[in-house]
Design a protein around this ligand. Structure first.
Ligand code: SIN
Length: 287
């Protein structure tokens, strides 16, 4: 794996310098030199946003953020998105956890593995990105894998790129079961039609925007054709060469760009506690 390091030297008084180390050939950068509990100078934030757009996923180790710190950090990037979790005082924080209190799970997405997906693509405006902070992690497993959908798109043949351009697909909130048990009934839950190939609004790069967990079918194709095409696109996204797999330590902060990545979770032992705090950032309509 080619590992390169970029230094971001800051020139304004009060600005913080930091380094970014590439974590895999296509995706992921580890940032050192920043304490995210402290306010960021405008020059530092501008450099950090540039690094985020370049690496798609940024990892910061050994951080200690309160809920409010995490939301404040998210605000540098956009509008924090509310939570579906009932447990947190700060409404922008969602818990991802398998911990049970009085028989009730305290967070969302509690147990086991999760297939590759981009967050909230069943909505008109899926998240722009999200920030996870690890509080408790299992001794093994529960890793989060991130796939570069740019790399997947770049690996398509010219003919496939031509064929896919202009196609749309239906994406549904269908992961109660996490496995496809049959054709999604669109009267049963939130779903949205989005382009199969998405153009990133800031970088202009194209990425594959269909995923294994939520994409149901490609609009206008016979089902047999859609069923043959979609797994080819998923497999391209999920190619090991296109992935960075994050092994969590307590105190990690990880932020991903939901417009050009997909993520999945590996299985972990049932008896082990896992607690991550997530703050989403509002996105826009994919094109
Ligand atoms: C998610 O899909 O947002 C959860 C990721 C994780 O639990 O690692």
């Amino acid at each position: 794996m080619p590992v390169s390091q970029t230094q971001h030297t800051q020139h304004s008084p009060g600005a913080q310098a930091f380094d970014v180390r590439r974590l895999s050939p296509h995706i992921g950068g580890e940032v050192t030199g920043l304490d995210l509990a402290q306010p960021l100078a405008p020059e530092t934030f501008a450099a950090l946003r540039k690094a985020w757009l370049e690496h798609q996923v940024l990892v910061f180790r050994d951080q200690k953020l309160s809920d409010d710190d995490q939301v404040r950090f998210a605000r540098y990037f956009g509008t924090p998105i509310g939570s579906r979790s009932m447990q947190q005082a700060n409404p922008h924080v969602m818990l991802i956890s398998n911990i049970r209190e009085n028989g009730q799970v305290i967070g969302q997405l509690p147990d086991g593995e999760l297939q590759f997906h981009a967050d909230s693509v069943f909505l008109e405006k899926p998240l722009m990105g999200a920030i996870l902070h690890s509080v408790e992690v299992p001794a093994s497993g529960g890793n989060t894998m991130f796939a570069s959908t740019y790399a997947a798109y770049d690996a398509l043949s010219r003919e496939d790129k031509r064929r896919l351009s202009g196609l749309t697909a239906v994406n549904a909130f269908d992961y109660a079961t996490q496995v496809r048990t049959g054709r999604f009934d669109t009267s049963k839950g939130p779903h949205r039609t989005h382009p199969v190939i998405r153009t990133h609004p800031e970088t202009g790069r194209k990425g594959i925007f269909v995923n294994r967990l939520m994409t149901q079918h490609i609009v206008g194709l016979p089902l047999a054709e859609s069923d043959a095409l979609l797994p080819r696109l998923w497999e391209l996204c999920e190619r090991p060469a296109h992935i960075y797999e994050h092994v969590w330590r307590v105190g990690d902060v990880l932020m991903w760009d939901n417009r050009c990545t997909q993520h999945a979770r590996t299985d972990f032992p049932e008896g082990e506690r896992r607690l991550l705090r997530r703050v989403g950032i509002e996105g826009d309509k994919p094109y």
